[in-house]
Write a protein that binds this ligand. Structure first.
Ligand code: CO8
Length: 258
């Protein structure tokens, strides 16, 4: 595995982990760090040693957002030439399920990173917010779109216009996150959850994710066409034959991810 400056990337028990590792700046996301996250996501996505990806953050905060020091003097022309979100957009192409475990705060770009994941665990003390409005900007990496899709216009606008923090309880209530755990159990629960999913047939995982992603923007009719193609495709896999044979023979299946 390549070594990175602002993240750690490891693989264990078919879980590819990415740990944000810039704790002194509360894992504020600079351009290099975003590039490293995306590179590690793609590495984990390509290797057959990984079925599920888990993103965690080192230190007291998951991420305090985009690196303000790096951004503050930029002009629109700089942003255009930097193609600021080119790396970020590659995240949407990841095929394997991405879990994230959020401690402390997830703010601005940090919250957008959470919203780019598929499943989210947080602690009773975790807080989410889009505080960009307080520094004269707004979310730029999908926050207005993804939050609105999840919670609807009314609540999204309230949180985006005020920058108010969202507690883990509220986030759970609004379907932003999947589970709230005690802070000291976050890592254990997240790894346990990821490892449980990693034992499922890998092709089913990615084709289910694919179909659900299509549901975010397609009509039910178009989404169902995609669902059906994915369903048929699974009948070309070893794991479909094995899963169904194991059921009939009343034994545990042995999946091979192909
Ligand atoms: N950028 C750069 N440095 C940061 C950031 C940040 N977003 N957040 C914290 N830091 C640094 C601080 O400057 C400080 O560094 P130093 O010790 O060198 O002074 C260190 O991290 C610790 O921070 P604090 O001393 O402020 O810690 P506190 O516990 O007192 O406060 C807070 C924690 C409340 C989280 C506070 O740090 C804060 O308000 N941070 C900024 C939050 C924010 O406004 N985030 C939104 C940023 S804009 C954004 O995300 C736009 C997204 C657009 C696209 C994103 C693509 C990735």
């Amino acid at each position: 595995m390549v070594s990175f400056t602002f993240i750690d990337a490891t693989v264990q028990n078919r879980v590819g982990r990415i740990e944000l590792n810039r704790p002194d700046q509360l894992n504020a996301l600079n351009r290099q760090m975003i590039n490293e996250i995306v590179t590690a996501l793609e590495d984990h996505d390509r290797t057959d040693k990984v079925n599920v990806i888990l993103i965690t953050g080192k230190g007291k905060a998951f991420s305090a957002g985009a690196d303000i020091d790096e951004m503050k003097d930029l002009s629109p022309v700089d942003l255009e030439y930097l193609n600021q979100f080119a790396d970020w957009d590659r995240m949407a192409m990841i095929k394997k399920p991405i879990l994230c475990a959020v401690q402390g705060v997830a703010l601005g770009g940090g919250f957008e990173l959470v919203l780019s994941c598929d499943l989210v665990l947080a602690t009773e003390k975790t807080m989410f917010a889009f505080p960009e409005v307080n520094i004269g900007v707004m979310p730029g990496a999908g926050g207005t779109q993804r939050l609105t899709k999840l919670v609807g216009k009314t609540k999204a606008l309230e949180w985006l216009l005020t920058g108010d923090r969202i507690s883990a309880t509220e986030a759970l209530q609004y379907g932003i996150i999947n589970k709230v755990v005690q802070p000291e159990l976050l890592e254990e629960e997240a790894i346990g959850f990821a490892e449980r999913l990693a034992k499922q047939p890998a092709l089913s995982l990615r084709l289910i994710k694919d179909a659900v992603q299509v549901a975010q923007h397609a009509s039910v009719y178009d989404g169902m066409q995609q669902e059906r193609k994915n369903f048929y495709l699974l009948f070309a896999s070893h794991d479909q034959k094995e899963g169904m044979e194991a059921f009939v023979e009343k034994r545990n299946p042995k999946y091979e991810g192909r």
